[in-house]
Design a binder for this molecule. Structure first.
Ligand code: SF4
Length: 265
C-alpha cells in the first residue's frame, strides 16, 4: 500500500514485546514453548530507553527517513515507564521518522480507548500514522455473518470526529492472511462497507513460520511479496530490531547504538 506523505528510504521492524491477548492457530511470533527457532523469546520487552537509542541510530544515517513499524506480539499491550504504544508513535514522529504498527485491533474494540489513542496522537504531531490491522479467519476478530468488526467500527467513528484538515493524517489498512481456500479473504461486501470510509484491504499469504508450520496443507503458492533488500543507502534498507540487536531476517547484523557500522557513507 502507498505511504501517506514522504516516502521512507528505510524500514525498521521493531518488536516491542513477546506477549499477545490472542492465541491464533497460525501465529508466527508467539508460540510459547516452541520459540526456539524465533528471535523473540517469552518475556521479551523492548524498553523505552532502547527505543530512544534506536531513534538516535536512525538520525545517524545521513539522508535517511525511516518507517519505524512496531510489532509484537501485540504492540498495544506494550508499557514501559508509564509509556504506552501511542507514546512510542508520537516519539517516533517527533524524532523525524514515520511511525506505523501492526495490531490485532483488540485495543480498538473499546470506543473511548480508540478516541484517546488517535486524538492524543493528532494533538501531538501532524506526521502521518499508518495502522495495520490483521483480520482474517485465524484472528477471529470480526463477525463473519455480518461482515463487521467492532475495532473498524470504532476507528470509522473516531475518524468521523477528527477535524477535516487532520483526517488525511491517518490511514488504516487491513491485512488478510489467506490460505489455499479461494474464499479465505474477507467478503467483498465487508471490504466495500469499510472501503467507503477510506479503510483499505490487502491479502497476504499464510507463511510457513511459527505455528503455521503445522498448517502446510493450507499454505498457498509462494509469490514474491517482499521487495529486495537493496543497498542504495550503502547498507540494509530493511532491518528488524529486537532488544539490543539489529537483524536481517533471523541473522544478527549489528548492535543498537551502532547502526552506522552497517552503512558506508
Ligand atoms: S494476534 Fe498476532 S501475535 Fe497475537 S497470537 Fe495472533 S498472530 Fe500471534
Amino acid at each position: 500500500m502507498e505511504y501517506i506523505g514522504r516516502k521512507p528510504t528505510n524500514i525498521m521492524g521493531v518488536s516491542l514485546l513477546h506477549k499477545c491477548n490472542f492465541n491464533c492457530e497460525h501465529c508466527g511470533y508467539i508460540y510459547v514453548g516452541e520459540a526456539e527457532d524465533h528471535i523473540i523469546k517469552p518475556g521479551y520487552k523492548l524498553s523505552w530507553s532502547q527505543l530512544i537509542n534506536a531513534l538516535d541510530d536512525c538520525k545517524s544515517i545521513p539522508g535517511s527517513y525511516w518507517n519505524m513499524n512496531y510489532t509484537g506480539g501485540e504492540p498495544t499491550l506494550w508499557e514501559d515507564q508509564g509509556k504506552t504504544l501511542v507514546d512510542v508513535l508520537i516519539q517516533t514522529a517527533l524524532a523525524g521518522q514515520s511511525p506505523s504498527y501492526n495490531t490485532n485491533g483488540s485495543w480498538f474494540d473499546d470506543y473511548s480507548r480508540t478516541y484517546d489513542f488517535f486524538f492524543r496522537y493528532m494533538e501531538a504531531t501532524t506526521v502521518p500514522l499508518m495502522t495495520f490491522i490483521s483480520m482474517d479467519k485465524f484472528h477471529k476478530n470480526y463477525d463473519g455473518l455480518t461482515g463487521r468488526a467492532k475495532s473498524l467500527d470504532n476507528i470509522v467513528k473516531v475518524m468521523d470526529e477528527i477535524p477535516e484538515e487532520w483526517k488525511s493524517q491517518f490511514r488504516t489498512h487491513v491485512i488478510i492472511i489467506i490460505t489455499k481456500e479461494p474464499d479465505s479473504t474477507l467478503s467483498a461486501e465487508m471490504k466495500a462497507h469499510y472501503g467507503a470510509s477510506g479503510i483499505t484491504f490487502g491479502d497476504f499469504p499464510l507463511m510457513r513460520i511459527g505455528k503455521a508450520k503445522k498448517l502446510v496443507d493450507q499454505v498457498p503458492e509462494m509469490i514474491e511479496y517482499f521487495p529486495p533488500n537493496q543497498n542504495e543507502s550503502g547498507g540494509p534498507r530493511v532491518l528488524v530490531l529486537v532488544g539490543d540487536d539489529y537483524y536481517i531476517g533471523s541473522e544478527r547484523k549489528g548492535r543498537l547504538g551502532r547502526l552506522k557500522d552497517l552503512y558506508t557513507f
